[in-house]
Write a protein that binds this ligand. Sequence first.
Ligand code: R5P
Length: 302
Amino acid sequence: MKEKKILIAGPASQILGVKIAQELEIEAISTEVKLFPDGENYLRINIEDETLIAGKEVIIVQSTALSSNGNQNSRLMELFMMIDSVKRMGATKIIVVAPYLAYARQDKIFRPGESQFANVIFRMINSMGIDEFYTVDIHAPKVMEECSCKAVNIDSMKILADYITAKGAKDIVVVAPDKGAVERSKVFASHFGENIPVDFFKKERDVETGEITMEGNLNLKNKDVVIADDIIATGGTMATAIKLARKSGANKIYAVATHALLLGQAKFKILKAGADEIIGTDAIDNEVSKVSLAKIVADYLK
Ligand code: R5P
């Protein structure tokens, strides 16, 4: 009998795509991408026989973060092209896994005249007529309500906590880099055991300049500190929190993010501030993708 499911590993999620396919024991297909001279994106699914897709349940895996071979707009265009292409070829069910979703942080209006673009991204994905959508630790899960299809936000906290536990961390305190991350940090702490303390620094961001200020004097003496955020972008938030944690007497400091984008000098800033290790997932394919999402995503898709 012909296999009913097939997976397309998008250009931004080649490793994670193949690993998910292996977990599901299904075939993974790659893509071919380029930019036309005028800057337009081109994507082709690497198959010679379109009947390979017809009648199949197709899983498309594509993170949409900026990387060396495409910015987030290209990544989104490639995602839309993959959806359109498999639909045209007769896929019976389309499941999108976008572990990192670009624009997710633009979920609120901070200044007059802005667009609430995170919601628009979801409306666009929804309008493509997909059946199921999965992402991981999205910045503000509420935006997913824009999707009329099944939309799931997968929590990667347990596997990140397991990684840190395996490193031998002890006397752990989980520190949220701002008040908004406290609820998430509480869930994170629960994966290290019972009664693991959770504390937070007070962060303010200037909505015009993006500059951050942070304050707080926590009792972290001789504690192994885990600072967990959903995203590390420029590293400003994480580095500032690490400096404060160092001042507060922390022993080891683990800088953890589901989506470690590590833009520009972020790695330098975070390590110089005093982190012992930077830990991310393979939602973003880079040198700190130490924790793979393959199994938990595959478990959702089974
Ligand atoms: C903001 O609310 C997010 O959760 C992150 O704290 C933020 O995106 C990190 O950005 P950066 O690394 O540029 O400070």
